[in-house]
Design a binder for this molecule. Structure first.
Ligand code: HEC
Ligand code: HEC
Ligand code: HEC
Ligand code: HEC
Length: 433
C-alpha cells in the first residue's frame, strides 16, 4: 500500500516537470561578459567624479581579472566603439581598436558609427567583427564561441532603416531578414545559444523580428547606465549602457538545447578604484605621444595662419578697468582650469583644451601655453567673447557676447558629459561678479 502511494507520488512529481524534462546534471553553466557602446571614450576625462568611469585601461584590468576567475567566460561587445566628429577622432579610434585587440574578444558587432572611417579601417586590426547583413564578405555573418559544454552563436543586425545608411550614401546591407532568420533557426537546431545584437529599441525589435530562435537579444544602448534585463517570451533582453563606463556579466544556466533555464546579471562599474592595467601603459604612452605630435604639428600651422592681430585681450587687460570682477574670477576654479589639464598630463590633447582655455581653434585664440600664455584657463572672454576691441575703445565697443544669456555662456562647456551636476542656479552664485 505504502509502495503504491510512493510510486503515485513520484509519477505526479515527474509529470509536473514534464514540460521541461531536463535533469539538473544536464544543465550547463555559461557566463557572458558584455558591453555596448563605447562612443569613442578611450578614457574618462575626469572632469567630474560622477563621470569618472570607464576607459580602456580599466576595462582591460577588470576583464583580465574576470577571465582569470572564469577562463571560459564569453567576451562580447555589441559595437558602437568609435566616434568621428573631430579631426583627432581618427587617431583616437585607431587606439581604441588597438586597445581592444589586447583583450580576448570573441565577437564584436559592427554598428553604423563604427563604419565612419570605412570597413578597411576596422579590418586593419585583428578583431572578431560580426555583421550578419553586411553585403560584402568583410565581416563574419556570425561567430560561434564554443567551449566544452556550451556553444554560443553571435549575430548582429545593422538596421537598414537608420539614418546612417543615407549618410554613407550606399546601401551595403541586406534589408531582407530571411537569411538571418534561417541562420538563427539552424543554430537553434544545433542546440546553440543564440545572441542577436542590434541598435533597435525593444519595441522595434519585437515589431521587426520573430524572437522564436533568439535566446538573448542585445538592444540599443541606454545612456551610460545598463538597463535591467527583461524576459520577453523565452528571450532575455539585455540593454547595455553607453560611453563604456560599465561592463556586465551574465551568468546563465542553459539546457542541452542551449535555452536559458535561469540567469543572474551583474553590472560592473569601472570607477578609479579599478586600477589601470599595467600591461596597457605602453599603449597609452604611445597614444599620448601621437596626440602630442599631431598637436605640435597643428601649432606650427596655426602659427603660420595667425599672423593677424588677435581679437582676444586676455584677463590682465580686463583687470585694468574691472578690478572687482577680476578679483572674484581670480579666486574661482576657472582661473586654474589649464593647470587641471597639466596636472593630469593632458595639456596637449585637443579633446580637452577647448573648455579649459580661451578661444581654442578660433582665429587668434589659444594655441599653446608658451605662444598664448595669456589665454590659458577659463577667462572673462570664454564667457563674454573676444574683448580686445572693447578694451581698446575703453568700453565703447561691446564685448562680442554682449547679447548672450548667461546660461548660454555656461552651456559651451558645462555639458552633461563633462559637468553632469551642472545646474545654473547652483553654479552661478559661486562665480557671480
Ligand atoms: C566640453 C567641455 C570640456 C571638455 C572637452 C573637457 N573638460 Fe574638463 N572640465 C569641464 C568642466 C565644465 C569642468 C568642471 C565640472 C564641474 O565641476 O561640474 C571640468 C573639470 C575638469 C577637471 C577637474 C578639475 C578639478 O579641479 O577637480 C579635470 C581634471 C578635467 N576637467 C580634465 C579634463 C581632461 C583631461 C579633458 C580631456 C580628456 C577634459 N577635461 C575635457 C569641461 C570640459
Ligand atoms: C579701458 C577700460 C576697459 C577695459 C580694459 C575693459 N573694459 Fe569692459 N567695460 C568698460 C566700460 C567703461 C564699460 C561700461 C560700458 C557701458 O556701460 O556702456 C564696460 C563694460 C563691460 C561689460 C558689460 C557689457 C558691455 O559690453 O557693456 C562687460 C561684460 C565687460 N566690460 C567685459 C570686459 C572684458 C571681458 C574685458 C577684457 C577683455 C574688458 N571688459 C576690458 C571698460 C573697460
Ligand atoms: C564663466 C563665465 C564668466 C566669466 C569667466 C566671466 N564672466 Fe563676467 N559675467 C558673466 C555673466 C553670466 C554675467 C552676468 C550677465 C547678466 O547678468 O546678464 C557677467 C557680468 C559681468 C559684468 C557686468 C556686466 C553688467 O552689465 O553689469 C562685467 C563688467 C564682467 N562680467 C566682466 C568680467 C571680467 C572682467 C571677467 C574676467 C576677469 C569676467 N567677467 C569673467 C559671465 C562670466
Ligand atoms: C570655456 C569653458 C567654460 C565655460 C564657458 C564655463 N565654465 Fe565653468 N568650468 C569650466 C572648467 C574647465 C571648470 C573646472 C576648472 C577646474 O576645476 O580646474 C569649471 C568650473 C566651474 C565651477 C566650479 C565648480 C565647483 O564645484 O566648484 C563653477 C561654479 C562654474 N564652472 C560655473 C560656471 C558658470 C555659472 C558658467 C556660465 C556663466 C560657466 N562656468 C562657464 C569651464 C567653463
Amino acid at each position: 500500500m505504502l509502495r503504491t502511494v510512493y510510486i503515485l507520488l513520484v509519477l505526479i512529481v515527474v509529470s509536473a516537470c514534464g514540460s521541461q524534462p531536463v535533469s539538473q546534471s544536464e544543465a550547463r553553466k555559461l557566463s557572458i561578459i558584455y558591453s555596448g557602446n563605447l562612443d569613442g571614450e578611450l578614457e574618462p576625462c575626469g572632469c567630474s567624479e560622477g563621470g569618472n568611469k570607464g576607459g580602456i585601461k580599466r576595462r582591460v584590468q577588470k576583464i583580465d581579472e574576470l577571465k582569470k576567475e572564469n577562463p571560459n567566460a564569453v567576451l562580447i561587445s555589441a559595437g558602437g566603439l568609435l566616434v568621428s566628429e573631430m579631426p583627432q577622432d581618427r587617431l583616437k579610434s585607431e587606439y581604441i581598436l588597438k586597445g581592444l585587440a589586447q583583450l580576448p574578444y570573441d565577437a564584436i558587432g559592427v554598428q553604423w558609427r563604427d563604419l565612419a572611417f570605412s570597413e578597411q579601417f576596422l579590418l586593419q586590426h585583428s578583431l572578431p567583427w560580426v555583421s550578419s547583413n553586411w553585403l560584402n564578405n568583410d565581416f563574419a555573418a556570425s561567430k560561434l564561441i564554443q567551449s566544452k559544454h556550451t556553444a554560443v552563436r553571435y549575430f548582429q543586425w545593422l538596421d537598414p532603416a537608420s539614418q546612417s545608411v543615407k549618410n554613407m550614401g550606399l546601401a551595403l546591407v541586406d534589408k531582407n531578414k530571411s537569411q538571418l532568420m534561417q541562420a538563427l533557426a539552424a543554430a537553434k537546431t544545433k542546440g546553440e545559444t543564440t545572441v542577436l545584437a542590434s541598435t533597435l529599441s525593444l519595441s522595434q525589435l519585437q515589431k521587426e523580428f520573430d524572437l522564436q530562435n533568439v535566446d538573448i537579444a542585445i538592444i540599443k544602448a541606454k545612456y551610460e547606465e545598463f538597463g535591467d534585463p527583461q524576459q520577453v517570451g523565452h528571450t532575455l533582453i539585455l540593454q547595455p549602457g553607453s560611453r563604456g563606463m560599465r561592463i556586465a556579466q551574465l551568468d546563465l544556466v542553459i539546457n542541452p538545447q542551449g535555452k536559458i533555464k535561469s540567469w543572474r546579471h551583474e553590472v560592473i562599474p569601472l570607477p578609479p578604484e579599478v586600477k589601470d592595467a599595467p600591461r596597457m601603459t605602453q599603449w597609452y604612452d604611445d597614444y599620448n605621444a601621437q596626440v602630442k605630435a599631431d598637436y605640435q604639428k597643428r601649432v606650427e600651422i596655426r602659427k603660420a595662419m595667425d599672423s593677424g592681430e588677435s581679437p582676444y585681450a586676455g584677463e590682465k587687460v580686463c583687470q585694468n578697468c574691472h578690478m572687482k570682477q577680476h578679483a572674484k574670477w581670480f579666486d574661482s576654479r576657472h582661473a586654474q582650469a589649464f593647470y587641471a589639464l597639466q596636472d593630469v598630463n593632458k595639456a596637449f590633447d585637443p579633446d580637452c583644451i577647448a573648455c579649459h582655455t580661451v578661444g581654442f581653434e578660433k582665429p587668434g585664440g589659444f594655441i599653446d601655453s608658451s605662444l598664448t600664455a595669456n589665454l590659458m584657463h577659463v577667462q572673462c572672454e570664454s564667457c563674454h567673447g573676444a574683448g580686445k576691441a572693447h578694451a581698446d575703445s575703453s568700453g565703447r565697443t561691446s564685448v562680442a557676447n554682449k547679447n548672450w544669456k548667461p546660461k548660454q555662456m555656461c552651456d559651451q562647456c558645462h555639458i552633461q558629459k563633462h559637468s553632469p551636476d551642472f545646474v545654473f542656479e547652483k553654479y552661478w552664485p559661486k562665480i557671480a561678479h
